[in-house]
Design a protein around this ligand. Structure first.
Ligand code: IPM
Ligand code: MN
Length: 397
């Protein structure tokens, strides 16, 4: 019987609420399929830091590294939860794991389901066409502008000292200043770009005409790091002659993304640009309540909704659980792929079709999609559809 060790890090605010629903979904799957999960929950994040002075219990990083097949994270970040040096409290969890476990590809699928209405000018309207928005953005996840904080967080998570880079002087800059280095390395670029080409081989191409394409998005007209990134993109694309290439600067890309999303299949982008552009891209699929992600490395993987802890909604049971339930779907997809577990693949497909069906029916939905139902009502509806589909799958098989 397939058995998976899942470590759940609920984190802050609404991250805790949606993590509870992820656990309900996993229970539903265990009840109706051959899959079984060994679940360990670890408290962590900014709120935990304010209560305890620690970002998570000691040994948590090692537990995630050594005792987990997959990690599921709610959200990190809480108002006022800042460390004395200015770092985000909870950074050890989200950034320490991304860096410390070498989760170099942040995979963010952008797919629009039929029935989604987009919130525009305070109203809900259907803007983009379902079927014409189906791309995966791959955000580089271990370097760029995040590198110093990523590396510092990973050192702290392992209980090691961090020797930061020393201060510098910059010609033309006088008086007090702050600066952020942005290292982009050959190794870091090669692995995430190759990952993107490999992922493109497993997809069905872009929605407009099925062309398999990897778009490289950067700012190589201005920054050295992006010039290296683009150069390596050219080198690696030569290894994949059947995959179409496409290049754009990040500023122009933000325009093309909303004007012709159907053109995009796989998009690879340096860290900070990827952070920004995936929030924008989520609006194509109905908002952050729909945006799921996978942080993938060669040895480890972590899954999380793209949204944050949403302090103003926290504790009210209002937020959309679908981003988290879709993150569970991605987790099962990757467990299926990496561990050759066909039941995990089946469960992943079933979660996706349940979410698709719920949205097509249009009820229950949360406020962000124009509904008025609660987090748990939506989650329960997904779980009911999932159990119905699993029963059908395993009794007719
Ligand atoms: C994300 C988040 C994180 C990031 C924060 C919480 C550090 O915005 O996953 O996109 O900036 O990467
Ligand atoms: Mn972000």
């Amino acid at each position: 019987m397939a058995h998976h060790r899942i470590t759940v890090l609920p984190g802050d605010g609404t991250g805790k609420e949606v993590s509870k629903e992820a656990l309900n979904l996993l229970k539903t799957i265990e009840q109706h399929s051959p899959l079984s999960f060994e679940i360990t929950e670890i408290p962590c994040g900014g709120e935990y830091y304010l209560e305890t002075g620690e970002e998570w219990p000691s040994g948590s990083f090692e537990y995630c590294r050594d005792e987990s097949d997959a990690i599921l994270l709610g959200a990190i970040g809480w108002p006022g939860a800042i460390k004395p040096n200015g770092d985000l409290a909870g950074g050890q969890v989200i950034l320490g794991l991304r860096s410390g476990l070498d989760l170099y590809a942040n995979v963010r699928p952008i797919k629009l389901y039929k029935g989604i209405r987009h919130k525009i000018h305070g109203e809900f309207k259907q803007v983009w066409t379902p079927g014409l928005v189906d791309m995966t953005i791959i955000r580089e996840n271990t370097e760029g502008l995040y590198q110093p904080l990523l590396s510092r967080s990973a050192h702290l998570a392992r209980g090691e000292e961090y020797l930061g880079i020393s201060d510098i002087s910059i010609p033309g800059v006088e008086g007090e200043f702050a600066w952020d280095p942005r290292p982009i390395s050959r190794l870091g670029s090669e692995r995430v770009i190759r990952f993107s080409f490999e992922l493109a081989l497993q997809r069905n191409g872009c929605p407009s005409d099925g062309t398999t394409r990897v778009s490289c998005i950067d700012k190589s007209n201005v920054t050295r790091g992006c010039q290296l990134f683009r150069k390596i993109y050219h080198e690696i694309s030569a290894e994949y002659p059947d995959i179409e290439t496409d290049e754009a600067y990040i500023d122009a890309f933000t325009m093309w993304l909303v004007r012709q999303p159907e053109f995009y299949d796989v998009v690879v982008v340096p860290n900070m640009f990827g952070d920004i552009v995936t929030d924008l891209a989520s609006s194509l699929q109905g908002g952050m309540g729909m945006a799921a992600s996978a942080n993938i490395g060669d040895q480890h993987m972590l899954f999380e909704p793209v949204h944050g802890s949403t302090p103003k909604r926290a504790g009210k049971g209002q937020v959309n659980p679908i981003a988290m339930l879709s993150s569970v779907q991605l987790m099962l997809e990757w467990l299926g792929r990496r561990k050759g577990d066909n039941d995990a693949t089946i469960a992943s497909n079933i979660i996706e079709s349940a979410i698709e069906e719920l949205i097509a029916i249009g009820n229950p939905l949360t406020y962000d999609l124009g509904g008025s139902s609660s987090t748990s009502e939506v989650s329960l509806a997904v779980c009911e559809l999932v159990s119905k589909k699993l029963k059908l799958q395993y009794t007719s098989a």
